[in-house]
Design a protein around this ligand. Structure first.
Ligand code: ATP
Ligand code: MG
Length: 402
């Protein structure tokens, strides 16, 4: 057993000693059997939430209405969820009702795919009620029960299927894939943020081409934001020779680039539609601009380097390398480090200095002069020294006033 399970074993033992059942469930069981590292340990139990809380000193109600209690133990948190069934699903995305039950089988039955419906006892024994082991072996993603019904209950599962295809390098079982094709439209019922998480995981997976191929074959992509007419872009991604990205920023930069968007505004629109953070939008637009320069110029202009910043430069070059027009990463790092300043706060002059010397009056001119000073320093026209910058500012202000 992985150390994460060994460490969590006392929790299962405590629950069992009180007369309830408890198992490891979900992705950690799947990944353990596949010999992959695991991230979070999920426990399922027949004990009701109040019963779980009664057994441990320190717990947090992380999702008590769904039956989830976090047990704190030796600085770690373990999500422990009461066996439950779900019903209703009138909105194609969440159950109207959750019912706690005492049966493991009922709980495993509500899970999305057979490979995710395995349970493991604290001694390592696997409980396989839906042939998940055979599917793990055959590297297949198969819905538990009737796929069509399962996607009607929760349309996000369609995105999860294509995401796992990429992450695990598995194939989607034909009936499951057909049900995705038949119900793809239901994806529009799902909150964009949740679709986005699966999309990003797909793109950062081991074999993104597998997930993308399934997205294309099922036409699920047509119901993702701003993707309806992106078949050519997806085809380009699919045939791109073996690629791997490990940051969300780089995946969006790659997408924006292959969509051949005309300008930064179009990228902002794309990312707004996907409801990403403003930070991500700024990063991706900056990286995209650097990519344009990388494609055109032998050397990047100092202002291009400065405006992008170290992080977006790295993203841009990573993606450019994947597409065949990047530089050695060290070259960009060195060019960036060689800039006279890396941050506008490092400018040796500020608005206060300009006012004190009466070079600029308070008002809109101030920002313009400071911007010109910044460019002058970054492009090495003027040394970053107060005296030299005051002289330069006087000249600039005079020119503007005449
Ligand atoms: P990951 O490695 O990304 O964490 P995971 O399989 O653990 O993958 P989670 O979202 O952490 O995915 O969910 C844990 C488990 O809960 C899943 O393995 C599955 O059994 C169940 N599950 C999660 N989301 C759904 C869903 N939408 N429908 C049905 N079961 C789900
Ligand atoms: Mg998980």
């Amino acid at each position: 057993l992985p150390t994460e399970f060994e460490q969590a074993k006392p929790i299962i033992d405590t629950i069992e000693a009180a007369g309830y059942e408890a198992y490891f469930v979900g992705g950690s069981v799947r990944d353990t059997i596949l010999g992959k590292p695991i991230h979070d340990v999920d426990i399922a139990t027949s004990a009701f939430p109040a019963e779980v809380k009664g057994l441990f000193k320190r717990t947090v109600d992380t999702g008590i209405e769904h039956g989830t209690v976090m047990i704190l133990d030796h600085g770690k948190g373990y999500e422990t969820t009461t066996f439950r069934t779900e019903s209703g699903y009138q909105d194609f995305r969440r159950p109207d009702q959750v019912t706690f039950v005492r049966s493991l089988k009922e709980d495993l039955k509500r899970r999305d795919f057979t490979i995710n419906a395995l349970a493991m006892r604290a001694n390592g024994e696997v409980i396989d009620l839906f042939d998940g082991l055979a599917d793990l072996d055959a590297q297949v993603i198969r819905a538990v029960g009737v796929a069509e019904d399962r996607f009607h209950e929760d349309a996000l599962r369609m995105m999860r299927a294509v995401r796992f295809a990429s992450q695990l390098r598995f194939n989607i079982e034909p009936a499951t894939q057909q049900a995705i094709a038949d119900n793809a439209l239901l994806l529009t019922k799902i909150a964009v943020e949740r679709t986005r998480v699966e999309w990003e995981k797909l793109l950062m997976g081991q074999r993104p081409d597998r997930g993308l191929q399934a997205l294309v074959q099922t036409e699920l992509y047509r119901y993702m934001p701003k993707m309806a007419d992106q078949l050519p872009m997806l085809q380009k991604l699919i045939v791109l020779p073996e690629w791997h990205l490990d940051s969300i920023e780089s995946t969006w930069t790659l997408l924006a680039w292959l969509m051949a968007l005309p300008n930064e505004a179009a990228i902002r629109q794309l990312l707004k539609a996907w409801k990403t953070s403003n930070e991500l939008i700024d990063h991706v637009t900056a990286a995209w601009t650097v990519m344009r320069a990388l494609q055109q110029d032998a050397t990047l202009a100092p202002m291009t380097l400065f405006t992008a910043g170290a992080a977006a430069l790295k993203t841009a070059n990573t993606v450019a390398n994947l597409l065949g027009f990047g530089r050695p990463q060290s070259e960009l790092t060195a060019a960036y480090a060689a800039l006279p300043i890396q941050d506008k706060h490092a400018l040796a002059i500020n608005g206060g200095d300009l006012l004190k010397q009466k070079i600029v009056q308070p008002g809109p001119q101030m920002g313009q002069v400071l911007a010109q000073l910044l460019v002058a320093v970054v492009t090495s026209q003027v040394p970053n020294e107060l005296e030299k910058l005051l002289d330069f500012a006087t000249m600039v202000a005079d020119t503007e006033n005449n």
